[in-house]
Design a protein around this ligand. Structure first.
Ligand SMILES: C[S@@+](CC[C@H](N)C(=O)[O-])C[C@H]1O[C@@H](n2cnc3c(N)ncnc32)[C@H](O)[C@@H]1O
Length: 274
């Protein structure tokens, strides 16, 4: 879940369409972007690649393999930190994000670092790229858990990937959906059904409009989605909480991280001749 909850919203679990999800989450990320970058920017690193709140870095995990000379798309790229890392490591990293304000931060970091990430505003369910344009597509807590029409998003990834291309993404570990989104003791007592896929929704009290949405799929759902989408799953990385790490990020904390996985990183490739 997101690590901010404005006073004026109420939390519900209810069905929401792709359109509602996008219309809520774009403006929500626009509003939140300045605070997000001020709070987490130093931890992420301007040209750093962090896979989740546990702080595991691509420098160590090497989920994407050698990106040198590769065409690499990041879906839900925010301020482009990960794609900047790709560029520094010799790949042709490109970013896509729903939020105009997040992309403005990306431009700011392009100028500050001298490493520019070509980026486009768009949505994961309608990627503005030609078929077979990329060797690698990835998301680090980007887009996927904000999308309702997830099969369409995976179809788009499959379309823009070259045969054999790699698709890797991190999301909130699906088992976290059983627990309240609380970094403390309260976040350790299961209180919701793991199998309840009803989206998490914040509704603006004043207008009654949907203001923020996250979608839940179980581990089995992801395996079936990837298989149906033409992918072969090669790994599911569940990063452990590092011994010395004591940073709270929303519902992620040392107290919970030592007991339950907070992040899941799926690693797959597109079936084909690659
Ligand atoms: C948690 S941030 C992660 C960004 C970046 N990877 C990072 O680590 O800071 C999630 C990003 O996904 C973007 N996003 C949400 N829904 C999206 C969608 N449907 N298509 C593309 N991007 C989306 C948000 O605007 C936001 O920048």
């Amino acid at each position: 879940m997101e690590d901010h909850l404005p006073q004026s919203v109420r939390v519900e679990r209810r069905a929401v369409s792709e359109r509602e999800s996008r219309d809520a989450n774009g403006p929500d990320w626009d509003r939140y972007a300045d605070e997000y970058q001020a709070t987490h920017g130093a931890f992420l690193g301007d040209a750093g690649f962090v896979w989740g709140p546990e702080g595991h870095r691509e420098d160590d995990l090497r989920i994407l393999g050698d990106v040198t000379g590769r065409d690499v798309l990041e879906v839900g790229s925010g301020a482009g930190q990960c794609s900047r890392w790709v560029r520094v490591h010799g790949g042709r990293g490109i970013g896509l994000d729903l939020s105009h304000r997040q992309l403005q931060h990306s431009l700011r970091l392009d100028e500050e670092t001298g490493v520019a990430v070509p980026s486009v505003r768009g949505t994961a369910t309608d990627l503005p790229f030609a078929p077979a344009s990329f060797d690698v597509v990835f998301c680090s807590f980007g887009a996927l858990q904000f999308v309702s029409e997830i099969a369409q998003a995976l179809a788009e990834v499959a379309r823009v990937l070259r045969p054999g291309g790699r698709f890797a993404f991190s999301i909130t570990h699906p088992t976290r959906w059983m627990f309240p989104d609380d970094p403390g003791e309260a976040g350790l007592t299961a209180s919701q059904s793991y199998w309840d896929r009803t989206p998490y929704v914040e509704v603006d009290d004043a207008s009654g409009r949907v203001a923020y949405v996250e979608h839940h799929r179980t581990l089995g759902d992801w395996v079936r989605l990837l298989h149906a989408g033409g992918f072969v799953l090669s790994d599911l990385v569940e990063p452990e909480w590092p011994e010395q790490h004591d940073r709270v990020w929303g519902g992620w904390s040392r107290a919970r991280g030592l007991l339950t996985p907070g992040t899941a990183i799926f690693v797959a490739h597109l079936r084909g001749d690659g």
